[in-house]
Design a protein around this ligand. Sequence first.
Ligand SMILES: [Zn+2]
Length: 663
Amino acid sequence: MKKLIGAALICAMTASLISGCTPSEVITAEPSETAKWKSGRAQDDFYYYANKETLDNAEFEYGSGYAADAFDETPVIERLDTIIKDVVAGSGYEKGSEEYLIQTAYNSFIAYDFENEPVPEELQKVIDEVKNAKDIDELMMTDAKLYRDFGIEGFFILTVDANPFLPEQNALAIMPCTDVLGVSFDSIADDNTALNTIATDTRTYLQTLGYDIDTASEYGKQLANIALEICSSSDGKYSRDAYENDDIVILYLSDCDDIFTNVDIEKYFMTIGFDRQACEIFGAYNKEQLICINSLLVEENLNALKAWEIGKIYSEYMRFIAPSYYTFLSGYVSDNYKTPEEQALNEIKSTLTAETDPLYVERYYSKEIDDGLRSMCDDIRESYRTLISDATWLSEPTRNGLLEKLDNIVYVTGINLTRHDNSKYADIGGNYFEFYLEYRKVGQKDFIASLAQPVDRYAILMPMQTVNACYAPVRNTITITVAISGDSYFDVNGDYYVNLGNLGATIAHEMGHAFDSNCIVYDKDGVYNPDWIADEDKEALLARNEKAVRYFEDNFTVFGIYHVDGEMTLGENFADLSGMECLVRIPQTDEDLKKMFESYAHSYCRMSVDIYIVDQIAGDVHSPEVIRVNAILSTVDVFYDVYDVKEGDGMYIAPENRISRWH
Ligand SMILES: [Zn+2]
């Protein structure tokens, strides 16, 4: 999960669904007992038991790292293709409407000659502006313009999102810098040779602008040094995940001259177009890094900074620039063997998601589905209410606070998505570059204006065409997409307990995030305030955290060698466990429980090539799928009762070693 103002979305299923494991290789007890997992009994390896037929018949398609994958976006992609084709074939759309934009973009994309069009005038103009900037002040103004009009990240990476200290308001924050021209600080810290990529890319870009090779190389090297300096000032924090809300420093625009000695930050914010009053107070995640970047914004670095700026423009708009400098830039664009129509479909799907989204919702979502979904969400909430109320190991004030937080959770679904105001896009047109640029500009303008607007808790936090769900701690909302409210995940006319084990488990998991080790520090209103929990409860929670880390690390390995990183996966593991402890209270019979457990295991079915699993263990905050099923069920007493799990069975964990979130 990310706990940043700018990225308050809590991970949800994405990572879990795109990661996988080889079931038969996972060992959930002594390695010597491997044979048990092959028995096919529910009591030994429930994941394999439930998915046996699918996994045994799984075949990897050539080039694919996954097989037998329960997570399948193909139907969604096919529906999007149908929507786009229908819209393109239609007529009479109101100017600026979603359909109008899709049709215009599609036709102008096909008409655009990507192989021969010269660099578009507006792009060339801003490139020249960078090249000719006389001093840092001029360069900063162009930097602001690039952010405002071209959507290109500036020297200061800005974002607007719900303020974790005042959740009803939006706030501006300067995010930490974690890469230069796509070369991550992680890779630089790992091996300084990564800096060569910055130097050589920059050299190539500058050569297209007429710089001789020696000068271009020199500026490229200077930029690599700048990257190294910023990386070194980052205090070992190389990725955004490394940052906590505790890291945020509050700054006042009228009183931050001690940090921004080389730039007029107020003028910079105003040039972008932020509301003066709304950015009087803003946040910064890494003050030391900010001081470092400021110290680099000096005349002696002017050429290297220009090279950085040009690199950013080239990276973002390469396909419009490369044809003019093919000798230099051929390596930066790939040949495309798809038909123009296929390319246009892909372009619309990746660029105009906000336009296809309402059409997807209108066509594939209904009040009936929404009612069924919300009713299941309410059952899950009710079950959590009992769980929390019964958790007498927590003090009464904490329990009451958690119950209030539970009641405050809002579900955001397809019905919350509305169409845009057509007048915003009424003037859009021209060739594809002009369309694309104007479209981005309008989006960016909205984003910049949002700073002065109150937070809309019902805002859609992820496209409805994504198979996903997420919990946002500052808003205290769960977004459930339309794409995950159908297909194999949820059938409003299907079996309730099958639905509960699938999408229900996702929702219970997301609701569990509200109370997991990472998000519990946000109070019932979404305010970041670790002190709202009494010390005694913090200690009790910490003790459970430690036991959970041990439970996962000691009992579950992949290939008998690789242990799950209990610390890294703690938040997700607790969300899983919390969700399952909630779910098992809903079915009343063993038969319904079995349907739910099996559906849960089906939803995680996936076979992956080994290297993916090793990568997952190393870097994913979610445990491998088989562990998400077996480790969770192995610590839930109801599972033991339903399947009569006994000592000696593969799924058996001694009662004293089991863990619980709520009991
Ligand atoms: Zn999660």
